[in-house]
Structures are given as structure tokens and as C-alpha cells.
Design a protein around this ligand. Structure first.
Ligand code: 5GP
Length: 114
């Protein structure tokens, strides 16, 4: 059996996570090392390692993650806008092999990203 990721352990209640939203398909937690005044992660309960592992049956789930991201952005008061990011693979600096949608806001973002 592959070892659980840090996010799986948080979702399973085995370790503390700053969870601000939960439903049957995902949870939203505050990033432990925030890169913006608001930085949360929308994490599916299904432990998909990366975007490269998505299958057709995950399409609704991924859409749901974005719907939840927009709802949380609104609740966090990000009226000025926000950025959503999925890092995929080493060139994008993905560090946790369990897909998660970053939602960053509360400051002006630059482009291109670093
Ligand atoms: P990635 O680099 O894989 O796209 O993003 C992983 C994110 O998870 C990073 O922004 C990192 O700060 C965050 N992170 C790593 N460990 C923990 C943890 O134990 N708890 C929380 N809430 N976030 C974490």
C-alpha cells in the first residue's frame, strides 16, 4: 500500500489541518506556508497523485473543485480577484502528490508567475 500523503492524513483526521470547508468530495484548508494574505487549498477526498492521473470519471470532481474555490473566494472577501493554480510535476514545483487547487488572493498578483 502506498503511504498516505499529508493531505490524506488531514482529510482522515489523523493530523491537524486548518479546515474551513468540507463536503463529501473535498475539503478546503489554509496553506501552512501562505504565499498571499489568503492562500487555501481545495483538496479532493480522492487521492489522485497529479493532473496526469486524471481519468474521464474525474471530470465532474475537478469542476466541483473550481466551484468550491469560487465559493470560498467569495466568503474570504476576494472581491478584487484571485488566482487558482494546479501545480503538476517537478517543473511546476508540485511537492505533494495529491492534487490540490491553490486559491490565492488579497494582493495584486504578477504575471508571468515565477
Ligand atoms: P504544491 O507545491 O504541491 O503545489 O503545494 C503544496 C502546498 O501544500 C504548499 O503550498 C505547502 O505550503 C502546503 N503544505 C505542505 N504541507 C502542509 C501541511 O501539513 N498543511 C497544510 N495546510 N499545507 C501544507
Amino acid at each position: 500500500m502506498t503511504e498516505k500523503t499529508i493531505f490524506q492524513k488531514i482529510l482522515d483526521g489523523e493530523i491537524e489541518g486548518d479546515i474551513l470547508y468540507e463536503d463529501d468530495r473535498c475539503a478546503v484548508l489554509r496553506d501552512i506556508n501562505p504565499q498571499a494574505p489568503t492562500h487555501v487549498l481545495v483538496v479532493p477526498r480522492k487521492p489522485i497523485p497529479s493532473l496526469d492521473h486524471l481519468t474521464d470519471e474525474d471530470e465532474h470532481l475537478v469542476g466541483h473543485l473550481f466551484t468550491v474555490a469560487a465559493k470560498i473566494a467569495s466568503e474570504e472577501g476576494l472581491e478584487g480577484g484571485y488566482r487558482t493554480v494546479f501545480n503538476c510535476g517537478p517543473d511546476a514545483n508540485q511537492t505533494v502528490p495529491h492534487i490540490h487547487l491553490h486559491v490565492l488572493g488579497g494582493r495584486r498578483m504578477s504575471w508571468p508567475p515565477g
